[in-house]
Design a protein around this ligand. Structure first.
Ligand SMILES: *Cc1c(COP(=O)(O)O)cnc(C)c1O
Length: 303
């Protein structure tokens, strides 16, 4: 269970943070929580190789590569061609011995199939993990996280009115919303701040993850009502938004909490803007720190 603690007042709201960045493996983060479940399947099934997708600097690839190195099994990462700038994540991923195959975006799908096929021919038993740990297993990880939050609310004797988080592939948000729907609790507003995708597609992808996880239990109206996906604070994946440094510096200085330019910085800034725009006052707000600590150091190094 990751800690929830009080950060301070934002406006006259009480702001708390859930520290997913403190999951005790390889700098934590939401990819660490998702990977725990994927690797339970991998261990149970006796898989001895993992294929996944992601950019060299991704948190997901760092975690998956480290889970593989810990087990001494092969890890093959298919990456899109990109301007390669070494980062703390890409250096660690290489250190963990992951093999990288870089291909143009349109070749990614076929390359994954070919890689899985080649491993099988070599007598391996490969397991494929979607980019970012997307899919029902990743969603399940955040259904469990939602249940942790409910327990922590009881322990603290409070209840959160708003939850804000960075939303990328949408699995983390989908899991939290599924947790809420399964709990028949509609008090909270869960707000995903997009770090890349624009609407309507961005929100549709979150909705699809929720439908896929809930299956026949899905109530379309309830799902739509509870899925808030805001695309106003991003101009694309990995893009550094104007003024984001101010948010990151300010949050580090006043709360001692490291953020990054790709995910948590955008989400924190979006949360502040949404509090202001919607005139949210006197509420309990939870910010989910989804991790990415190595990206904070990339920021610091450039600063
Ligand atoms: C991947 C990632 C996200 C986005 O999570 P999704 O489940 O893909 O929406 C948010 N924050 C950090 C630090 C991440 O690494």
């Amino acid at each position: 269970m990751t800690p929830v603690h009080f950060l301070g007042l934002e406006g006259n709201n009480r702001l708390y943070v859930k520290r997913e960045d403190l999951i005790p493996f390889s700098f934590g983060g939401n990819k660490a929580r998702k990977a725990e479940l994927f690797f339970q399947e991998i261990d149970k099934g006796g898989y001895d190789a993992v294929v996944t997708y992601g950019s060299a600097s991704s948190n997901h690839c760092r975690i998956v590569a480290n889970q593989c190195s810990r087990r001494g099994i092969r890890c093959v990462i298919v990456s899109p061609e990109e301007a390669y700038i070494p980062t703390f994540n890409s250096k660690m991923t290489a250190l963990f011995g992951a093999e990288r195959i870089t291909v143009p975006l349109e070749r990614v799908h076929d390359t994954i199939e070919e890689t899985v096929g080649t491993l099988r021919k070599d007598g391996k038993k490969p397991f494929f993990i979607e980019g970012g740990g997307h899919g029902n297993t990743g969603t399940e990880a955040y259904v469990r996280c939602y249940r942790e939050i409910v327990r922590q609310e009881r322990d603290l004797g409070i209840s959160f009115d708003w939850i804000f988080l960075a939303s990328g592939t949408g699995t983390t948000q989908a899991g939290l919303v599924c947790g809420q729907l399964l709990d028949h609790d509609d008090r909270k507003n869960i707000v995903g701040i997009s770090i890349a995708r624009k609407n309507p597609r961005g929100r549709e992808i979150v909705l699809d993850s929720i439908r896929s996880y809930l299956g026949t239990a899905a109530d379309e109206n309830a799902i739509r009502e509870k899925t808030i996906f805001i695309d106003a604070y991003t101009s694309g994946y990995g893009r550094e938004e104007n003024g984001i440094q101010k948010t990151i510096d300010d949050v580090l200085i006043s709360y001692g909490l490291p953020l990054d330019v790709t995910y948590t910085g955008k989400a924190f800034r979006g949360m502040r803007e949404e509090i202001r725009k919607n005139k949210i006052e006197g509420k309990n707000i939870l910010f989910i720190h989804t991790g990415g600590t190595p990206l904070f150091f990339d920021y610091l190094e450039k600063r």
